[in-house]
Design a protein around this ligand. Structure first.
Ligand SMILES: [Zn+2]
Length: 203
């Protein structure tokens, strides 16, 4: 199956020159789609979740796409899975965590996102957590926020060296379809949080 079809909404591509055609073949094997700005707020009433392990992931890799989608009408949320305690500014670990937390809030503000959810797993150690727990927390958020569209790392990306990236990506991909099932976490339904699968993905 073609990757483009599998992902249903294609890949997020930034920094393309204005002359780049909407659709081009790269090496004749993989179709690349460039989504241009759409006026008239076509995504009004829809919900976007940008999910990053670290404070700099979305700003570096998908900041333009998130800002574009918000401008096109989405309500958006930022979910940060790590506590960012091992990279960034600060002379102590505590300072680094605090600075990254403030930085993440500013990123959300700049991109037009409504709120940040910090899940707080330790930086560079996410391959040591229970992925089941992370998946359960993401399922709750996807259901509660009624997320239609997600942006995150590619769970099938080759050569990814950061465990926080591939663990988060894997949990996101499994959570987004399980969130639609009525038998996973039935206590959510009793609490008024109904099943809600995420259909659109930018990886
Ligand atoms: Zn990262």
């Amino acid at each position: 199956m073609e990757r483009r079809i599998f992902l249903s909404k294609g890949m997020a591509i930034g920094l393309m020159p204005p002359s780049f055609e909407t659709t081009q073949k790269i090496n004749n094997t993989e179709e690349v789609v460039v989504e241009k700005y759409q006026s008239g707020q076509p995504h009004k009433e829809k919900v976007l979740a940008a999910i990053q392990p670290h404070s700099d992931d979305v700003p570096i890799f998908a900041g333009g796409t998130v800002a574009k989608l918000i401008r096109e009408g989405y309500t958006g949320y930022l979910i940060r899975t790590s506590n960012d305690d091992h990279a960034g500014r600060g002379s102590t670990v505590g300072e680094v965590i605090y600075n990254n937390e403030k930085d993440t809030e500013e990123v959300a503000k700049a991109l037009g996102l409504s709120k940040v959810y910090n899940l707080g797993y330790r930086n560079h150690r996410m391959d040591n957590i229970s992925i089941q727990e992370l998946r359960g927390r993401l399922i709750f958020l996807f259901r509660m926020l009624k997320v239609d569209t997600i942006i995150s790392y590619d769970p099938w990306g080759h050569y990814e060296e950061n465990p926080d990236h591939y663990i988060t990506a894997s949990a996101v991909e499994s959570a987004r379809w399980m969130a639609g099932g009525g038998l996973d976490y039935p206590e959510h339904i009793e609490a008024g949080i109904n099943p809600h699968a995420v259909i659109e993905r930018y990886y």
